[in-house]
Design a protein around this ligand. Sequence first.
Ligand SMILES: NC(=O)c1ccc[n+]([C@@H]2O[C@H](COP(=O)([O-])OP(=O)(O)OC[C@H]3O[C@@H](n4cnc5c(N)ncnc54)[C@H](OP(=O)(O)O)[C@@H]3O)[C@@H](O)[C@H]2O)c1
Length: 471
Amino acid sequence: METTVRNKQVILKHYTKGFPEESDLMIATALDTMELKVKPGSSAILVKNLFLSCDPYMGTFMREPDSGSSEVAVETLPLLDAFLPGKPIAGVGVSEVIDSDDPGFAKGDFVWGIVGWEEYSTVNSFGRFRIDVNIDVPLSYYTGILSVTGLTAYAGFFEICSPKKGETVFVSAAAGAVGHLVGQFAKLMGCYVVGSAGSKQKVDLLLDKFGFDDAFNYKEEPDLNAALKRCLPQGIDIYFENVGGKMLDSVLMNMNVHGRIAVCGMISQYHIESKEGIQNLPVVIYKRIKMQGFLALDFVDRFPKFLDYVVPYLNERKLVYIEDIVEGLENGPAALFRLFQGQNIGKQSIKRGKRINPKFNSSDAHFLWFCRAPSIRIAMGILSWFTGSPKPSQPETTKTEIIQTPAPGMNGAIEVPRPDRATVFEFGSVAATGDRVTLAGYCPVSDDLEPCRWEIVPADGKDAPQFRVVF
Ligand SMILES: NC(=O)c1ccc[n+]([C@@H]2O[C@H](COP(=O)([O-])OP(=O)(O)OC[C@H]3O[C@@H](n4cnc5c(N)ncnc54)[C@H](OP(=O)(O)O)[C@@H]3O)[C@@H](O)[C@H]2O)c1
């Protein structure tokens, strides 16, 4: 193993004004070499970063602190310090410990916490958490459902909104990382759940995969108030706010007396010069609405309770979790800006390592995993289609079948019988009808697929029009 490296990083070129752009970041390899050792006595750990989380707040941190500091909570200031021109940006990451001066961490441990957007980071004691590899999920989950994203959805919904069975819940940006979890937590609670999202594909997912009762594409609704009245004629008891602006104004008109609004985010307002005014705020008085902003950070002490809540649902396949993963640090800037263009579905993150949770058995997983590289539009889905059905035993022999895609070249579509177990698809899209599954797109090779029992990989391992089906 190397003892020194030149660290590849995603650098903030300059402070941004207005809407951040991909070109505000650049990929650079450090001129100086970095020793893969921590300083004795530093209590630090040196980690190799495997997955990096893309989060909307990162766009706001790229602005000069003077102009944006009023929007930054004191608790997040240590993170803001990382957003300096010429330095790598930082966020939640999943990493492997390479060296440690902290007796609590050993080489080979997996951790999640705040790291730089770079190949290797030295992490001090602020915000680092050990990953329990015995929890049978991919490591990437610790950028999302099993870290800040999941805690945000859990705390915002349960702690701020105090939901009751039978109540009506509306979630904006509902097909996003936080939103698709909130909607499912609300369904598990026995609520009536409606979501809004910015495309038909997302609306279909809300209805077909996440179990929302109703959903609408806000971009195609000329009158949001009317859309809310149509989907929630009985009014809204709980609003999980992710977007702000016109949506919030329309929601206020539809809130029920003693309703609760968890103000989690306002992504529509983050990068516009003059924020949209809210016209209907007096409703908060007349309807005695509780409206509270919060940060996931406020609820770090609930993390163990949150894990106790969410892990059994994952194990029992009662939660569908979607990841939208871009491969390679060099595609990180593009991945981050997908959030602001609404291109992501579920949790947006970046994969840069080849490691998987050593205990992860994908056949027990229940989630969708879309994996995209912007240049080649890879999509990878790991689907468990049969919630609650008995698990088939591991086949003893491997059968290989060559399927020809209809069109030559790297993109194509094939239809295969619906598999009877957890499945890996490395394709742009997956659609199921009856006992057939249609897969379309491009197929990469990934080490992460090793533990899967049923997988489709390119016949020659590259841009091939053929796919080998192994089952
Ligand atoms: N309070 C906290 O501690 C905390 C923690 C995490 C996240 N958040 C906030 O929670 C919200 C969701 O975060 P996330 O990580 O789950 O991101 P996300 O929902 O996965 O991604 C952002 C989504 O926002 C939507 N969007 C983007 N621009 C928009 C606009 N101008 N108007 C309306 N919708 C827009 C897009 O979906 P569509 O295609 O549907 O438009 C996009 O996919 C954000 O506001 C974020 O800042 C807060």
